[in-house]
Design a protein around this ligand. Structure first.
Ligand code: 13P
Ligand code: SF4
Length: 338
């Protein structure tokens, strides 16, 4: 797989060089202004990163922000595929990812060569591919979707068009049921959403009979079958803010609860449990690699930096542009950090 993230050069500052008295918040503020940088953060980032970001959003909102920004530098506090999308859409910008190892389990389950063979084995199919994949897999795809626009995009495809969907099988399965489309699915899953336990969720619901369950469509069917609302991270956030209920069980990565508490302080948000009844394993291990210190160092070192060979970028751009053209306009602006 093409390495698209250039690590810091030898001799640049690392975490061990940091002055223990350094105030990273003040320093990030200074560097942000000095370098004309914008900080974009996904809802799954640590609370402190969300709070200093210029924009917090779901993967579609963030890609739109990255495409529209007039900043010179985008610090992408999220995972590699999201930062790659920012670079594909804004090649003239410097795009930084605080930790070069911040990948994604869905991306890992879909190696580009295997995906190319999957495509070649189904020449009459359209490859509708979830955003959570490498730039190379995007380059082999026809249209990219996210969980917030997939249904609307599928509705625009001709009836009877055979479809390949990769890499998330649970999202693919959910979309096939919702839209009535037959889709050949890639067998990928997300480590975070796959580990929620239906048995433990049912037990939790017994203790919180009035709680509404909201779930990301990367969850398996056992969880989605209990959900009062299924949607992208932003859609889940909008739902819990607007719904008349007071208690909600959140079946997605629990860092999003930070924005929920800010937007609806009087409501109660309970993370959905994993098999052990707790929620510790539902933190995304890739998102967690980014820290305030690494964000500061990324601005100091201008690295780790996303660089994509131009021929690959142009091939990955096409299905992303198709996605943006076919997406319904954003109804709600991405949540702005306080
Ligand atoms: P959203 O597009 O809903 O933000 O989801 C991204 C993601 O990685 C979910 O695991
Ligand atoms: Fe990937 Fe899952 Fe983490 Fe989302 S939560 S970035 S799909 S590993």
């Amino acid at each position: 797989m093409t390495n698209t993230v250039i690590p810091p050069a030898d001799g640049t500052k690392s975490e061990t060089d940091l002055d223990p008295f350094l105030d990273p918040w003040t320093e990030i503020e200074r560097l942000r202004r000095q370098k004309n940088a914008v900080i974009l953060a996904h809802y799954y980032q640590d609370e402190e990163i969300q709070d200093l970001a210029d924009f917090v959003g779901d993967s579609l909102d963030l890609s739109r922000r990255a495409a529209a920004t007039d900043a010179d530098v985008i610090v992408f506090c999220g995972v590699r595929f999201m930062a790659e999308v920012a670079k594909i859409l804004s090649p003239e910008k410097t795009v930084l990812l605080p930790d070069a190892a911040a990948g994604c389990s869905l991306e890992e389950t879909c190696p580009p060569d295997a995906f190319r063979r999957f495509r070649e084995a189904h020449p009459d199919h359209l490859a509708v591919t979830y955003m959570n994949c490498s730039a190379e897999v995007k380059a082999y795809s026809d249209i990219i979707v996210t969980s917030s626009n997939a249904e609307a995009i599928l509705a625009q495809l001709p009836e009877g068009q055979p479809i390949l969907f990769a890499p998330d099988q649970h999202l693919g399965d959910y979309l096939a049921r919702k839209t009535g489309r037959e889709m050949t699915l890639w067998p990928g899953t997300c480590v975070v959403h796959d580990q929620f336990s239906e048995r433990q969720l049912v037990k939790l619901k017994v203790h919180h009979p009035n709680a509404l369950v909201v779930a990301h469509p990367e969850c398996h069917d056992g969880i989605l079958g209990h959900a009062d609302h299924v949607g992208s991270t932003r859609s889940i956030l909008n739902f819990v803010v607007a719904a008349p209920g007071r208690e909600f069980i959140i079946a997605t990565e629990p860092h999003i609860i930070h924005q929920m508490k800010k937007a609806a302080p009087g409501k109660t948000f309970i993370p959905a449990p994993g098999a052990d009844g707790g929620c510790n394993c539902s933190y995304c291990p890739f998102m967690e690699l980014n820290t305030i210190e690494k964000l500061y160092l990324a601005l100091v070192n201008t690295a780790p930096r996303v660089e994509i060979p131009e021929d690959l970028r142009l091939r990955a751009l096409k299905p992303l542009q198709r996605m943006l053209e076919m997406s319904p306009p954003a109804k709600t602006a991405p949540a702005r950090a306080a």
